[in-house]
Design a protein around this ligand. Structure first.
Ligand SMILES: C=CC1=C(C)c2cc3[nH]c(cc4nc(cc5[nH]c(cc1n2)c(C)c5CCC(=O)O)C(CCC(=O)O)=C4C)c(C)c3C=C
Ligand SMILES: [Fe+2]
Length: 427
């Protein structure tokens, strides 16, 4: 992995506390007399973070795609509330600056002089916490280009052809309050407080220009995006991410994740970027927990203990979709892994980066829990929509699933130093 891929971590003991201290210096005069609060935040005794994983915000591609998936997610979809493209650009510049600071473990507004009579530039809940592998990945939704027939920011002529609202898939039961959005930000970190702090501060910076449309917390990764990671488990209890694309498969990542300059001449600003698909998939946990292990394994197509294919071998053995047992194929015709396999999808692969979620219980006391599916693809028309149609209509697992949220965003390439996220779209 090159440094430009933004996947090369750096370690350091950068202290949010120290950096806020610089901003706090401006408050010295006003704060000196107040008992219980130190003169200048730099004097506030906060435990020093120990060494921490930090990913560079700048690079050829945005971090948070092939970066080894962190443990926690806070995903937010925003609507732009202004018609002014100057305001939109100003927001993207401010977000870029804040994102570069936060991913380095610094506070928002570090180095700026704070006014003691104004709200702090940083909300403060991550003070003393290390960067925790935070990545912030930004995306532009179809409605940023055109909404209700209106080209709000004069961008529609540069809209990528594949950037459309996702179609209705069989059995979709989407909640409009968990669907779509003009912009999205995926915050991933190994500490939930760091991920939540990042989204909260971006929302705060955006006040008056954007409003949060919906957001989703995820508490456990459901895939590996690097061969260095162990395969985690989803809420169905199965290993998830075994056959995922991994950062180390560089040829496959080029082929299936990054948009090529030749892909769409009218949207050359997206070259080196990708598309982010998000699906909030509720799992009917209680019926699943009453299903026999034999049936569960047949629905997935792998064994639960080790994640090995039902056709035999160990976790990373390739599936044998042809081999038959006494009653039919060892990997049933409606098994999830059969229907999602590249051989059943025109050779297609995608980079999965989802998270487990729970959002309390519903009115009947059932867990509102599931998998917040995130995938990065080079072309949603080829690499996602046909696969989802196939799964939604034929996958036996669908009896236990309900898709309740959805969105598609174009993810611009990485940000060069001195530039802002998505700059090429506006130039
Ligand atoms: C449209 C794409 C996919 C959706 C939506 C999806 C939902 C989903 N998946 C699981 C659990 C597992 N999926 C596994 C493999 C797998 N899934 C997809 C795609 C979607 N899954 C692909 C492309 C693959 C790999 C297929 C292959 O090449 O073999 C597995 C097996 C382990 C693994 O390889 O990751 C599990 C388990 C759930 C629970 C879910 C929705 C809630
Ligand atoms: Fe899957």
């Amino acid at each position: 992995m090159t440094e430009q891929d933004s996947t090369e971590p750096t370690t350091g003991n950068v202290s949010r506390r120290r950096l806020l201290g610089v901003a706090g210096a401006g408050a010295l005069a006003g704060g000196a007399a107040i008992a219980g609060w130190q003169v200048g935040h730099g004097d506030y005794e906060e435990p020093q973070p120990t060494t921490s994983l930090a990913y560079d915000f700048h690079g050829e591609h945005q971090a948070g795609i092939v970066t080894p998936s962190q443990d926690r997610l806070h995903f937010a979809s925003f609507d732009v509330t202004t018609d002014s493209s100057d305001d939109l650009i100003a927001l993207l510049k401010a977000w870029t600056e804040a994102a570069a600071a936060m991913t380095a473990g610094k506070t928002v507004g570090a180095g700026q002089v704070a006014n003691y009579d104004s709200p702090p530039l940083d909300t403060g809940e991550a003070l003393g916490l290390p960067a925790s592998g935070l990545t912030l990945t930004f995306g532009f939704g179809p409605t940023l280009f055109e909404k209700d027939g209106k080209d709000r920011f004069g961008l529609n002529k540069r809209r990528p052809k594949a950037l459309k609202r996702l179609p209705h898939f069989p059995a979709d039961n989407l909640d409009p309050n968990r669907t779509d959005g003009d912009l999205c930000v995926q915050a991933c970190a190994n500490d939930p407080q760091v991920a939540v702090h990042a989204i909260r501060n971006l929302a705060r910076i955006g006040f008056g220009t954007v409003a949060v449309r919906w957001n989703q917390l995820g508490f456990g990764r459901t895939s590996s995006t690097s061969t260095t990671q162990a395969t985690p488990r989803n809420l169905m209890g199965f290993k998830d991410g075994t056959a995922n694309l991994k950062a180390e498969d560089s040829a496959e990542i080029e082929k299936f994740v990054w948009v090529d300059p030749a892909d769409d001449a009218g949207a050359d600003w997206l070259a080196g970027g990708s598309y982010l698909v998000a699906r909030r998939i509720k799992i009917h946990i209680e019926p699943w927990d009453r299903t026999s292990l034999n049936e569960q394994e047949n629905l997935i197509g792998r064994d639960r203990a080790h994640g090995a294919p039902l056709s035999g071998g160990t976790e990373f053995t390739e599936l044998d979709l042809k081999i038959k047992g006494t009653t039919g194929p060892l990997i049933p015709m409606d098994a999830h892994v059969r229907l999602a396999h590249p051989t059943q999808n025109n050779g297609t692969r995608l980079l999965r980066r989802g998270y487990n979620f729970t959002d309390g219980t519903d009115a009947l006391g059932r867990l509102d829990a599931g998998l917040f599916f995130i995938a990065y693809v080079r072309d949603p028309d080829k690499h996602y929509i046909p696969m989802q149609n196939q799964l939604s209509s034929k996958d036996g697992l669908m009896e236990y699933l309900q898709h309740t949220g959805s969105g598609l965003w174009a993810v611009p390439p990485g940000v060069k130093k001195g530039e802002y996220v998505g700059q090429a779209l506006f130039s």
